[in-house]
Ligand binder design. Structure first.
Ligand SMILES: Nc1ncnc2c1ncn2[C@@H]1O[C@H](COP(=O)(O)OP(=O)(O)OP(=O)(O)O)[C@@H](O)[C@H]1O
Ligand SMILES: N[C@@H](CCO)C(=O)O
Length: 318
């Protein structure tokens, strides 16, 4: 579940008065997602998503995220911008949380993408990267390469509570990835989504109707975004089986909308291992710090360890 903050109906109705969206008809908490509190709000003017930002999203990052969404939406990309209130403000406070009223997009996220769906999703990322080439703002990647060793050290020996020997295994991964990681100016950098998992892509059939959840968006290697997507889309849930046809379809779709340089293509195997390390570590930290009976479902860090080893054993980008 992800409704950490309950918004009383009267408070919501009063909040909506700031906007030109009609009167409140209904509001339902959305169970999916683990980071923020989300409501599906229906008014006499239409449907909207109300998001209250919980502890992981810093209020001072919201202007970057909202500017990114506005830029993409202005260029016809399928993203949900915030609805401005009558005074033009997009970022608000509700129940002591930063909050935004966001455009509702149709579609569902697929659990087992077909090659045609992976191709469309890859193309959507390519279109997004194309639209972001003239986006002028920067945001440091707080989950980027410099954060991996400190996060590994913070997890410490507790990693062995997830699986005996995991601390030593993770130490080797950190060493391997960091020793080979490209210099900051070695590959093109741009604003990226950085978390474009299947649950953050809304689709109807084979058509992408929405790219959502930009709350890890940042400036980093552009090809790292594609590497993250490959790790998230091209495996079974356990991370043991690579679906090469899905991975190839993603890359084909991407290249149909945006060019990948030779240097970026060559870097993909290492960028993908870095992505595996990033999600392994954030999941391991959450695993160790979320009570087993908490209402949120913990995500399996081992599924990302398995992916890491798969990329280390063979290059699916060859
Ligand atoms: N603009 C939108 N239009 C339609 N549905 C949306 C929209 N934004 C979010 N949703 C729905 O709300 C759910 C949760 O949204 P989101 O993934 O942004 O939440 P989160 O708490 O930030 O989650 P995560 O754990 O993925 O970081 C999505 O799975 C989707 O069903
Ligand atoms: N997509 C991430 C969680 C949110 O960043 C994961 O699956 O670990």
């Amino acid at each position: 579940m992800a409704v950490y903050t309950q918004v009383p109906a009267e408070t919501l109705a009063a909040f909506l008065q700031r906007f030109d969206v009609g009167e409140l008809v209904s509001a339902k908490g959305i169970a999916e997602g683990v980071e923020n509190s989300n409501y599906l709000v229906e008014t006499t003017g239409g449907r909207f998503i109300l998001t209250l930002y919980e502890k992981r999203v810093a209020a001072n990052d919201l202007p970057f995220f909202m500017a990114l969404l506005d830029h993409l939406a202005d260029q016809g990309q399928p993203v949900p911008p915030a609805i401005p209130d009558r005074k033009g403000r997009e970022i608000h406070e509700l129940c002591d949380r930063p909050a935004c009223l966001i455009k509702f997009l149709p579609g569902v996220s697929v659990s087992h993408p077909t090659p045609a769906q992976a191709r469309s999703a890859g193309a959507a990322m390519g279109g997004m990267h194309d639209a972001l080439t003239d986006f002028g703002r920067d945001r440091h990647n707080s989950m980027g390469v410099e954060s991996w060793k400190p996060l590994f050290q913070k997890c410490g020996d507790d990693l062995d509570r997830i699986r005996p020997g995991l601390h030593a295994e993770a130490a080797a991964m950190v060493e391997e990835v960091l020793s080979g990681w490209p210099a900051a100016d070695a590959l093109p950098r741009a604003a990226i989504h950085a978390d474009l998992f299947p649950d953050n892509v809304l689709m109807l059939g084979d058509t992408v109707t929405g790219l959502i959840d930009f709350y890890f968006a940042c400036t980093d290697f552009r090809a790292y975004d594609l590497a993250v997507m490959h790790t998230a889309w091209a495996f079974d849930a356990s991370g043991e089986t690579l679906h090469a046809n899905i991975g190839n379809a993603l890359l084909d779709g991407y290249r149909s909308r945006f060019a990948l340089s030779e240097a970026e293509r060559e870097a993909l195997p290492l960028l993908a291992r870095g992505a595996c390390l990033r999600f392994f570590l954030s999941r391991a930290w959450d695993w160790l710090n979320t009570p087993a009976d908490a209402l949120v479902t913990r995500k399996d860090p081992i599924a990302y360890l398995n992916r890491y080893h798969r990329y280390a054993a063979a290059n699916p980008f060859a």
